[in-house]
Design a protein around this ligand. Structure first.
Ligand code: AP5
Length: 213
């Protein structure tokens, strides 16, 4: 099964993708994580995109499509979860063409609906494990009291450079201008499943499981 998790910054795409990876042996393809990895390893592409990401703007279609194309050639396991990709109509068209080329199909696009106020609250309280990327939240999923990641036991936690009020405003603007048209695009194709993204993490996971059947 190949699915897209579609939603604004902070909707919970990464959190839910990790649950699907554990439960269904799927592979999470997060273009945000791939770009962060590139910038921390200091590649030429990583250096080029760092400032763009920190401002909250979108990286060029060409770069992210190239990243995804490379991953589609690897192991498929229980299928792919596209997390944060596609984000523009050009990326959506490119993904369709890439899947067709590899003989794969897109099974569902899960739109996670969360209101803007909740997004801001979630993002400004987020941290992630520096070793495995497990996502935490000061308010709703705090780092365990012993200071060790519940997933891998790691003890370093990071806050993202773009998780500040100014970048978030721009990320939301980019989402509404360039990514939200994908809701209509996938609705018209008959792939869209809309899920309420507010509520406990497990509750949202249950709604997604039901939507996927
Ligand atoms: P990316 O890394 O994709 O960031 P994003 O889309 O802004 O999404 P986030 O990772 O911020 O949020 P999320 O929905 O995954 O939420 P999470 O689960 O962490 O992209 C970063 C940048 O890279 C972009 O701005 C752009 O520059 C570039 N980029 C990436 N892909 C690109 C592309 N395709 N094209 C062009 N540029 C691209 O949850 C957030 C917080 O909420 C956490 O603290 C979590 O614990 C908490 N939380 C989760 N669920 C719940 C819940 N149900 N209740 C309460 N709290 C919850």
């Amino acid at each position: 099964m190949n699915i897209i998790l579609l939603g604004p910054p902070g909707a919970g795409k990464g959190t839910q993708a990790r649950i699907l990876v554990d439960g269904r042996n799927m592979i999470q393809l997060s273009t945000g994580d791939m770009l962060r990895e590139a910038r921390s390893s200091g590649t030429e592409m990583g250096n080029r995109v760092a400032a763009v990401m920190d401002r909250g703007d979108l990286v060029t279609d060409e770069i992210v499509i190239g990243l995804i194309e490379e991953k589609l050639q690897g192991d498929k396991q229980g299928g792919f979860i596209f997390d944060g990709f596609p984000r523009t109509l050009a990326q959506a068209d490119a993904l369709g063409a890439l899947l067709e080329k590899t003989g794969e199909a897109l099974d569902a696009v899960v739109e996670m609906r969360v209101d803007d106020e909740a997004l801001v609250a979630r993002i400004t309280a987020r941290s992630t494990c520096g070793d495995c990327g497990e996502v935490y939240n000061d308010l709703t999923k705090p780092i365990p009291a012993d200071g060790k990641c519940s997933n891998c036991g790691g003890t370093t936690f990071k806050r993202r450079a773009d998780d500040n009020a100014e970048s978030l405003k721009q990320r939301l603007m980019e989402y509404y201008k360039k990514t939200s048209p994908l809701i209509g695009y996938y609705y018209a194709k008959g792939d869209l499943k809309s899920v309420d993204g507010l509520g406990e993490i497990d509750e949202v996971a249950g709604r997604i499981a039901k939507a996927l059947g």
